[in-house]
Design a protein around this ligand. Structure first.
Ligand code: FES
Length: 568
């Protein structure tokens, strides 16, 4: 098989000339023939001034390169898109598939025998893993690592669970302008990803559980020296994989690995976004994630990792407690230990080497879980025929069975306009409904599912209400929030039929979400909706591609033409 610089020659109709030309140009960088004859390890550079979560990428790049060269390989760094949660309009999810396509195509287009993808901020790791499984070149996923914690008035702070909590306190008038300004400077005290169990931490843990990352690489804090040594180890190992030609993602991301990842997603109190991303990753292979099976796993897998927003600790505490290897060991027979990893061995080897940390309390034993059931439950019913998700581990137990009156917002703009209106007809027992915030409707399924508590209720001390939408929610958020209602309102889902004043019943133990309106009335509303002309579709560019090909949440919100062979 063609390797190294001879791979994927630019097409001039004369391969000898193509190689001659390629070498002539690359020698402009000062490379010798010896260097150019080595196996090539591509390394993605996702550094950007717009992405503080990736602020340590330059240091990691140098360490990966060092590792590659120590193992006799030739490192080649190349840029890809970088996406930060707070710097992506309209939403980072809108750009995830663009990053996945771009990363895939740059890995395919340029000569490399293995690749190390460095990412972390929420959508970047999913995009990179989607790309990697599609290309199927030997790949190591290197997360940038979580931030260390912040402190304020003797309290430990974490981005961004505490961002939301303290902003809610500010909205309710519990803290003033000076204090919220001080907090603003302390919530993100270092480079790295959000240090609670948000989407970034979740995806780093899932990458390790899938076997695509080296042991402990999900949890080492971003600023620690150990993170740099981990990067060096990734470089070394990637060079070995380049020579061996494997293992490839298709040998690692098997049904057993995908099941392990779902068990871990439940056990870490993971982000609901993790389910959408894992579904998308699976659809790039010949396998899939089944929502009913995921829910069934949730009934037998307890939440063991005691991290915010489901628990009290932060990623650095999870790390010092033994990280993912210790968690996998504790999960025991819930994990298939024969699953292969990029180390060349299996999860059995990872678990054998797990560190025992006496007295740690971030990873609970199965005999003393923080929640007896998994993080997430999947709901079905006449409001969500293809499913909806609730992060029950971060919900208020008293609201998990609740019947209330719907207060409907038609769009994000409508929500922003009316939620704090003193005349809004709303009580703490109502169900706040947001629609047209799904994959196609928003577009990009923003993290708007965490509808704010109306100011007039917040100032009365109301901290949680049942909220329901076709949007997503940040993994760092908490509350009794039903998300990913599928199909979404914008493609004719039943959410479009809800009227303010209707009654909605949520029953998480029974896994039901129901609109208590007679069928003939729903049919009448359906024909009313059908008569409304659809919004104008985008005319050009990525917006048009997105609008025409985006899939629903139960299919991972990938583009329909990017699926693996059996899903086409
Ligand atoms: Fe980047 Fe939270 S904003 S991980």
């Amino acid at each position: 098989m063609t390797k190294g610089l001879r791979k994927g020659l630019t097409n001039y109709g004369d391969d000898g000339f193509s190689l001659f030309l390629r070498k002539a140009f690359i020698k402009a960088m000062g490379y010798s023939d010896d260097a150019l004859d080595r196996p090539i390890i591509g390394i993605t550079n996702t550094y950007s001034d717009y992405n503080p979560c990736h602020g340590n990428v330059p240091v990691l790049l140098e360490a990966v390169k060092r590792g590659v060269m120590l193992a006799g390989g030739m490192p080649m760094v190349f840029p890809t898109i970088s996406i930060h949660e707070s710097f992506a309009h309209p939403t980072s999810m809108y750009l995830r598939n663009l990053m996945a396509m771009e990363t895939e195509e740059m890995i395919r287009a340029q000569p490399m025998d293995a690749v190390v993808v460095i990412g972390g901020c929420d959508k970047t790791l999913p995009a990179q893993i989607m790309a990697a499984v599609s290309v199927d070149l030997p790949t190591i996923v290197l997360p940038v690592g979580p931030m260390v914690v912040g402190h304020h008035k003797g309290e430990v702070l974490g981005a961004c669970t505490d961002c939301r909590r303290l902003w809610s306190a500010y909205r309710a008038g519990e803290i003033g302008d000076d204090e919220i300004a001080a907090v603003n400077g302390r919530l993100a005290p270092s480079v790295g990803t959000c240090m609670v169990m948000g989407t970034a931490s979740t995806m780093a843990c899932l990458s390790e559980a899938l076997g695509l990352s080296l042991p402990m690489s999900a949890t080492i804090p971003a600023p620690h020296a150990e993170r740099v040594r981990c990067a060096e180890a990734c470089g070394r190992r990637a060079a070995e994989m380049a020579v061996a030609g494997g293992p490839r993602p298709s040998e690692i991301v098997t049904p057993a690995a995908l099941r392990n990842a779902q068990v871990v997603l439940q056990a870490i109190g993971g982000s609901s976004n993790g389910l959408v991303h894992l579904t998308a990753i699976a659809r790039r292979t010949v396998h899939s994630v089944d929502l009913r099976e995921f829910d069934r796993l949730g009934r037998e897998v307890p939440v063991l990792v005691d991290l915010k927003p489901s628990g009290v600790h932060y990623m650095e505490h999870f790390h010092h407690a033994g990280g993912m290897p210790a968690l996998l060991k504790e999960l025991g027979d819930l994990i298939d230990l024969d699953a292969r990893t990029v180390t060349g061995g299996t999860l059995r080897d990872v678990v054998r080497d797990a560190e025992e940390v006496p007295g740690q309390d971030a990873i609970r034993p199965r005999s003393r879980p923080i929640k007896p059931e998994g993080a997430m439950a999947v709901l079905f019913g006449n409001l969500a025929p293809r499913g909806a998700v609730i992060k029950q581990s971060a919900a208020s137990p008293r609201l998990l069975q609740h019947t209330g009156r719907a207060v409907v917002f038609d769009s994000l703009e409508d929500l922003a306009r009316r939620i704090d209106d003193p005349d809004l007809d709303v009580t703490a027992d109502d169900v706040l409904v947001l629609r047209n915030a799904g994959p196609k409707g928003a577009p990009g399924m923003p993290e708007a599912g965490y509808l704010p508590i109306p100011k007039k209720l917040g100032s009365q001390g109301v901290k949680d209400m049942v909220r329901l939408s076709d949007a997503r929610m940040s993994g760092t958020a908490f509350g009794t929030i039903v998300l990913h209602v599928t199909p979404e309102a914008a493609v004719g889902g039943p959410l479009a039929l809800v009227r303010s004043g209707d009654t909605i019943r949520l029953d998480v133990p029974a896994r039901r979400i129901e609109l208590l309106v007679a069928d003939d009335e729903l049919r009448r509303r359906e024909s009313e909706c059908a008569a409304t002309p659809p919004a104008a579709a985008p005319r050009r560019g990525y917006a048009r591609l997105f609008d025409q090909t985006i899939l629903q949440a139960d299919e991972g919100c990938d583009f329909d033409f990017l699926a693996g062979p059996d899903h086409a």
